[in-house]
Structures are given as C-alpha cells and as structure tokens.
Design a protein around this ligand. Structure first.
Ligand code: FMN
Length: 363
C-alpha cells in the first residue's frame, strides 16, 4: 500500500500564496489508486441496511468514462481524492476495509475492519497528490485540501438525501492520513429521495453575471458560516448597483464591510481569471493566518471546501449559477481593508450569478 506523502504544509502554503509560476504540466498518472485484489460490486441493500451503492453513487462515482464528471467538483477536474470504507454492521457489504474505485463504482476488499468499528460505514479520504500537482505544481496542496472538503460535503449531502442515520464529518485537520472522514449510520425506515439535484450539480461556465438578491446572499453566507463552525470569516463582493463587500451581521442582516469595487482585485488574486471581475457576486472565505500550523491549515481548507460545497448546492436551489474559485495568490483581504497583514487570507471562493451562460447565448 502507498504511504501518504508527508509535506511541510506551512512552507507549501506560503509558497502557494506567492506569484511564482507553477510551470509546465507533468503526467497526472492513473485516475484511480491501484487497489489490490479483485473488484466486487456494491450489493442491493436489505431494508434497514445502509445503501453504500447509493451513498457513493451520489457523492463520488464518476458518470463518464474519463472520470471528470462527478457529483463533487475538483480544481482542474483532476479529482485527487481517494476513498477507503471502513464498513461495520448494518451495511449492504460484509464488515471490513475496502478501497473504492470511483470509475467502476466498485470496491476492493483490503482487510478486516478494526476493533470497535461502528455500525454503518466510515468513509476515509486521502489524496494522490500527483494528480493535482500535474497541473498546479507548488499550488496544489491548498487545492487538494479544498477538494477533500468538497467531497466531505458531497458525502454529507448524499447521506441526508438517503435519509440515513446521523452522518458525522470529521474535519479537524489533526491527521494527514486520512485527511478527513465521514461516518454514516444506518437507519430503520429511511426514506431516500433520488438525490437528483446532487447529480445535476455542475460548476457553471463563465460568465456568471447578475447580482444575486440580498436575501439569497444572506442565506448563502449563513449556510457557509454555519458549516465552517467559526473557523473562517465570510463576506461577499457584490457588483451593481453599488459595488461593495458585505458580511452577515450578528442579527442575520447584511451589513457593509467595505464600500467600493473589489471584483477586479479578486480577478487578479484568483490566479488572474478575468471573468471573476464580471461575476454578480463572489462569496469569500478568509482566515488561515500566516502563522497557522499544519493542523490549522488543514482544518481551515477542509472546512472552507465543505462550506463552499453546501453553499454551492444552496445557490443552485435558489436558481443561481455558481462556480468555486480555489487558487488565490497574495490575497491578503485583511491587509487590503486596512487591518494588520498576514491574518485574513482568502482561502476559497464561490462566484455567483443570476444569468446562466446558456441563457446569455440565446438572449
Ligand atoms: C477547490 C476547487 C477550486 C476550483 N477553482 C476554480 C477556479 O479557480 N476557476 C475555475 O474556473 N473553476 C474552478 N473550480 C471548478 C472546477 O474547474 C470544476 O469543479 C471542474 O472542472 C469539474 O467540473 P464540475 O464542477 O462542473 O463537475 C474549482 C473547483 C474546486 C473544487
């Protein structure tokens, strides 16, 4: 079995925040980890059993042969996140440890389950760095942590759609391997919905124009803040009619954090993507100071990915177009707003618009 690549995250993140160019692409390697042993399919569950086939189908399984099209987004569609399942009682699969193959939607039995395994299943997430490094070079690590957070969000939403028992994400950043886990308990009398909205999620292609209504922005900021559990600050840069940065006040209303146009600066900070300057709004997660240690760096990025994923699905439910933005350089939001430097770096973003690009083409 491969060992996780140990990285000095503090140095790696500081470097990823500079303007240094990632250089030419390198080979991404195989899209799936080479799990040993023969693959087996995920069986149909009996009543009351946890339906792992549906859970993984709604969160991790690729729906096209190339593996790019998946329920969870990924920077550069490189999908570095690997999943192992620790299966206990009450599942439609005998207890044990399994490696999951998202391209074939099958599992490989790796061994027996550890003592004390809970009923239901724990999905353990780690990354194969080479996939994301192949395009993003030294900028890959924050993106892979964000990707992992998005996958946790996808699993959590899939568990909810299936009406399973409690599903508990672990995003504390304390371990390198696995980076995060989600435990899903079986539930008697679960009433699954189809999860169609989870499968339909896509990152809307730019341009994403049109300022979202303020009650929707408020709801998305509240969703994101709640999901990140105090780890990050949240605000939104909005365009017309009056460009400004807004945040959620303690009473749940929107208040101005700063007047003026932030989006062109965000386009520069966001790896020089001009379309960001035209987005209707950009939801921003910030924090993760320069002196953060590795567990805190992991936690901030995992939480940001998780929260942006929930905000993305909520935005779609409100009829908005949305696209995550994960690569940020020199994006010291706090310093730009006059606070001391090095405290409030942009960690993740979600660009939002009211107009979908296919509507634009026909209008
Ligand atoms: C952590 C993260 C960062 C991303 N950053 C960007 C970005 O900077 N610019 C962009 O256009 N898309 C970005 N995306 C969107 C991906 O390109 C998109 O998820 C991928 O192409 C797969 O498409 P899908 O989300 O429609 O399934 C990001 C996605 C994630 C999860």
């Amino acid at each position: 079995m491969e060992h996780p690549e140990s990285v000095d995250l503090v140095t790696t993140l500081a470097r990823a925040r500079t303007l240094e160019d990632p250089g030419p692409d390198t080979p991404a390697g195989p899209a799936v980890r080479a799990w040993p042993g023969p693959p087996s399919s995920l069986p149909e569950p009996d009543p009351g059993e946890l339906d792992l086939r549906a859970l993984l189908g709604l969160s991790l399984a690729a729906s096209d042969g190339s593996g790019r099209l998946r329920p969870a987004p990924s920077a550069g569609a490189l999908h570095p996140v690997d999943a192992q399942l620790v299966v206990g009682t009450g599942c439609a699969l005998p207890p044990g440890r399994y490696g999951y193959d998202p391209l074939r939607h099958r599992v490989h039995r790796l061994g027996r389950e550890p003592d004390g395994t809970l009923p239901g299943a724990t999905v353990e997430l780690s990354v194969t760095a080479r996939r994301t490094v192949s395009h993003y070079g030294h900028r890959a690590w924050p993106l892979m942590l964000l990707d992992t957070g998005h996958v946790v969000g996808a699993l959590w939403l899939a568990a909810r759609a299936l009406g399973t028992g409690a599903s508990r994400p672990r995003l504390d950043g304390l371990t390198e391997e696995p980076l995060a886990t989600v435990h899903v308990a079986p539930a008697e009398g679960a009433r699954p919905d189809s999860g169609a909205e989870l499968l339909a999620r896509r990152s809307a292609p730019p341009p994403l124009r049109g300022t979202p209504p303020s009650d929707v922005l408020r709801a998305l900021l509240a969703t994101a803040a709640q999901a990140s559990a105090g780890e990050l600050g949240w605000c939104a840069a909005v365009g017309g009619p009056e460009p400004e940065l807004v945040e959620l006040a303690p009473d749940g209303t929107l208040r101005r954090l700063a007047a003026g146009e932030a989006r062109p600066t965000l386009a520069v900070w966001g790896a020089g993507q001009p379309w960001i300057a035209d987005a209707g709004a950009v939801l921003l997660a910030y924090g993760c100071p320069s002196d953060a240690d590795a567990p805190r760096i992991r936690r901030a990025h995992l939480r940001a990915g998780f929260a942006v994923h929930l905000a993305h699905l909520a935005a779609v439910r409100h009829g908005l177009a949305a696209r995550p933005v994960g690569s940020w350089q020199q994006a010291d939001l706090g310093a730009a707003l006059g606070a001391p430097p090095g405290r409030d770096w942009i960690v993740h973003g979600l660009a939002l618009g009211t107009t979908h690009s296919d509507e634009e083409k026909t209008s």
